[in-house]
Design a protein around this ligand. Structure first.
Ligand code: PAF
Length: 278
């Protein structure tokens, strides 16, 4: 597996594969690679001849009081995992390769960036849309794959790629969960043993709310039921628990089809997010 540090080398490598008739999938990550990321690589290799993993802890998607400095980093371990999963290359650029001196440009996706994660973490989606547009333009893959664990992020990226006419397919991959339902996330490493025991209550609360919605419950009542269940399980604070149309992201006030439950909540210093189709 090639370790690529510059955009010039990345573009050369991807275009040489494409010129010889091979298709290329890109799996952008911030590292701290786990099974969820590796499932993106596997999906990439089902859909394309080559897969390139990227590792870049993007400073522009962290707020001033967030965990940029302490975000888990393990480059050598990540390279080994990408290689074992079958990546042909990993792109791990230095910050200057993404944001050169005098960098001025941001990509803002309106509306769907302004609710839920966007409301709780101002600037987060602008940071994501900016870095992902740059990674896609630098690599020019045939496909780019993102996890449905960050369902709103996936929708923001799809909208950005469509609006900017980026000529690649954006593919979502199902969330990978532990046996007890906890969605895999690099930030799960922040959980203490006691918090790890409580954490599956997030998925359990959403699963129970989905069942009541399928039985005809009103979305606001189902959301309130899930919020109470999470707090009584031991979550300190629920940032949001929203039931929305999964395409338009409009809040649902009456029972309907095409709904998805979205939640973010705090357990100690760890903010967990998750979502579930009804
Ligand atoms: O989901 C992530 O890991 C990041 O937000 C992404 C898409 C790699 C952009 O930095």
């Amino acid at each position: 597996m090639d370790i690529i540090r510059t955009k010039a080398e990345l573009r050369k490598r991807v275009s040489s594969w494409r010129n010889s008739g091979e298709t290329v999938a890109l799996t952008p990550t911030m590292g701290a690679i786990h099974e969820g990321h590796l499932s993106l690589v596997r999906l990439g290799l089902e859909r394309a001849d080559r897969c390139v993993g990227t590792i870049f802890v993007n400073p522009r998607q962290f707020g001033p009081n967030e965990d940029f400095a302490t975000y888990p980093r393990d480059e050598e371990g990540d390279f080994a995992k990408f290689e074992t999963a079958g990546c042909s290359a990993v792109y791990a650029p230095a910050p200057e390769e993404i944001y050169s001196a005098g960098y001025k440009t941001e990509v803002i996706v309106h509306d769907i960036s302004e609710v839920m994660e966007g409301a709780s973490r101002p600037g987060f989606f602008t940071g994501v849309a900016t870095v992902v547009s740059k990674l896609l333009i630098q690599a020019m893959p045939d496909i780019a794959i993102f996890g449905e664990k960050d369902f709103q992020q996936l929708a923001v990226i799809r909208t950005m790629a469509r609006d900017l006419d980026l000529p690649m397919e954006i593919l979502g991959a199902p969330t990978v969960r532990e046996a007890d339902g906890l969605a895999l996330s690099s930030r799960n490493a922040y959980l203490s043993a006691e918090e790890r025991r409580i954490a599956p209550a997030l998925h359990a609360a959403m699963t129970a709310a989905a069942a009541t919605l399928r039985n005809g419950a009103n979305p606001p009542a189902a959301a309130e039921q899930a919020r109470k269940a999470m707090l009584s399980a031991g979550f300190q604070e629920v940032d949001y628990i929203d039931i929305r149309d999964q395409d338009s992201f409009q809040p649902a006030s009456v029972p309907g089809e095409n709904l998805r439950i979205f939640a973010a909540a705090w357990l100690g210093s760890c903010r967990l997010i998750d979502n579930l189709g009804v």
